[in-house]
Design a binder for this molecule. Structure first.
Ligand SMILES: Nc1ncnc2c1ncn2[C@@H]1O[C@H](COP(=O)(O)OP(=O)(O)O)[C@@H](O)[C@H]1O
Ligand SMILES: N[C@@H](CC(=O)OP(=O)(O)O)C(=O)O
Length: 451
């Protein structure tokens, strides 16, 4: 049995959904189907999830919602009409959209989560109606019916382990396809909570583990995962096979094609993941596989970059001798519930790297003030535009001159390196630069190793 997840770009229009149905029809093993909300039909289009966020905000501000309700409904109506769906089915979808503000929610965050989740819920409902009309044996299965339980914050939830027990107890009929909405689960108190953005990938992986699938197929709008983001490097090489560990590092650092948290359930159950193109399902795509017996084909597998970081640089002589320096920093961060991403350090220096989305100006000032009072560093600098480039490859182990090969061409281009970190993971090197240099860093490293 296979779990097939179709991303927003693959379910954005009637024509795209017709292709999804073809793909499902071509392989009976594609038994569990996870769908995202309709995504962008063109570069300038808006994802339904973003329309729903706008709708939630208008509702919270008690403003008129008629226009946004019509805009959201139009996306589903366009798909329904492509398949000549009855008005009765479409009216059901319209009512579900328009009734959202009449529900009660424990707080604003749960309201936001429930509005967002309707993007995938309504799309799964629509696809089920369409496929039933075409004579397929299909069933809509929702996270509530399946027992997909999540905990944590309502808009950045994590799967609860009891989900796997619940999924294992469900009987799947091999002659029937299950259509499952991605992106959300149900909290212990019965409220809708979503994963972070792009989280339908996580749903697919949870179901693959829960139903012990032989393969998790992740259908998207590119032929494969490329060794660099195609928006930065033109025509980058596709990666035919990579390990879970490589993908984790690359997706964390910016390969948005696959959510970095989505690999965890697949790894736990050792289920291979195949990223494929919905428009060209015959192409092999990228296989993401366990590390055991993996033979690296190249030194470097991929180069990823994330620009939305900030860093706090601290310098204090004999920092390495003073007990508790790092502990005090962590305590201050913990008091403000701020997580750090990386903390490379030297004998007298330490850099703490944060995701910008976790901070605001007031919080930055509070943290810096407390560090100044508590640790009295000789130098403290807040670097607001920080980018991280990650060079990743199983083939990088024990390659002694690799750092020099990466850094020399960057030096030739006068790119200033703020930080380099190698070692914690033997298969990656992390490079910190100013945001303005980030894309040139990726292009330069790509040219060095792939051209
Ligand atoms: N290294 C990479 N390889 C392939 N695609 C990448 C890479 N880095 C970023 N992307 C982007 O990821 C996009 C696919 O992810 P996403 O938009 O989330 O798809 P979906 O709508 O299927 O969930 C591609 O269109 C591409 O622009
Ligand atoms: N629709 C949600 C969840 C998701 O996974 O979407 P996509 O498959 O389009 O990345 C989002 O936009 O975040």
């Amino acid at each position: 049995m296979k779990v097939a997840k179709f991303g927003g770009s693959s379910v954005a229009s009637g024509a795209k959904i017709a292709q999804v149905i073809n793909i499902l029809n071509n392989d009976n093993k594609r038994q569990v189907v996870v769908v995202s909300a309709p995504g962008k039909r063109s570069k300038s289009d808006t994802k339904v999830t973003d329309l729903l966020i706008k709708y939630a905000n208008l509702t919270l501000r008690k403003q008129n919602c008629e226009k946004i309700q019509a805009q959201i409904y139009a996306r589903y109506a366009e798909i329904g009409k492509y398949f000549d769906l009855s008005m009765q089915g479409l009216n059901e979808i319209k009512a579900l959209i328009n009734d959202l503000p009449t529900h009660t929610f424990p707080n604003r965050d749960y309201l936001m989560a429930a509005f967002k989740a309707h993007g995938e819920f309504l799309n799964a409902k629509l696809l089920t109606m369409i496929m039933k009309k075409q004579g397929f044996k299909v069933r809509l299965l929702t996270p509530r019916q399946a027992g997909l339980v999540v905990t944590g914050s309502p808009n950045d939830a994590s799967v609860n382990p009891e989900t796997y027990v619940n999924l294992r107890n469900l009987e799947l009929d091999p002659t029937e396809k299950i259509i499952f909405p991605g992106f959300y689960g149900i909290s212990p108190s019965g409220n809708i909570a979503t994963f972070s953005r792009g989280g339908s990938d996580i749903t697919g992986a949870i179901l693959a583990r829960g139903f012990t699938a032989e393969l998790y197929e992740n259908f998207t709008d590119v032929d494969a995962i490329f060794s660099a983001n195609p928006a930065i490097v033109s025509h980058p090489q596709p990666i035919s096979k990579m390990t879970y560990r490589e993908m984790r590092e690359l997706s964390y650092a910016g390969f948005s094609v696959f959510h970095d948290e989505a690999l965890i359930p697949a790894i736990q159950a050792q289920i291979p993941v195949n990223v494929k193109n919905t428009q060209h399902p015959e192409r092999p795509g990228t296989m993401i596989v366990p590390e055991t017996n993996f033979k690296a084909q190249h030194t470097i597998t991929g180069i990823a970059g994330g620009k939305n970081f900030a860093a706090l640089y601290l310098h204090k002589y004999l920092l390495n001798k003073g007990a508790g320096f790092t502990l005090k920093i962590l305590q201050i961060l913990d008091q403000h519930k701020v997580a750090y991403e990386h903390m490379p350090s030297g004998i007298d220096d330490i850099t703490i790297i944060f995701k910008k989305e976790d901070l605001n100006a007031e919080l930055i000032d509070q943290i810096c003030n407390e560090i100044q009072v508590s640790l009295n560093p000789d130098q403290m600098q807040w670097i607001d535009d920080y980018a991280i480039t990650m060079v990743v490859g199983e083939g990088m182990r024990d390659k002694l001159s690799l750092c020099a090969s990466i850094l020399y061409p960057l030096g030739q281009k006068n790119i200033s390196i703020q930080m380099i970190n190698q070692g914690a993971s033997q298969i990656s090197i992390m490079i910190g630069t100013r945001r303005g240099d980030a894309e040139e860093v990726i292009r330069t490293i790509y040219q060095t190793f792939f051209n």
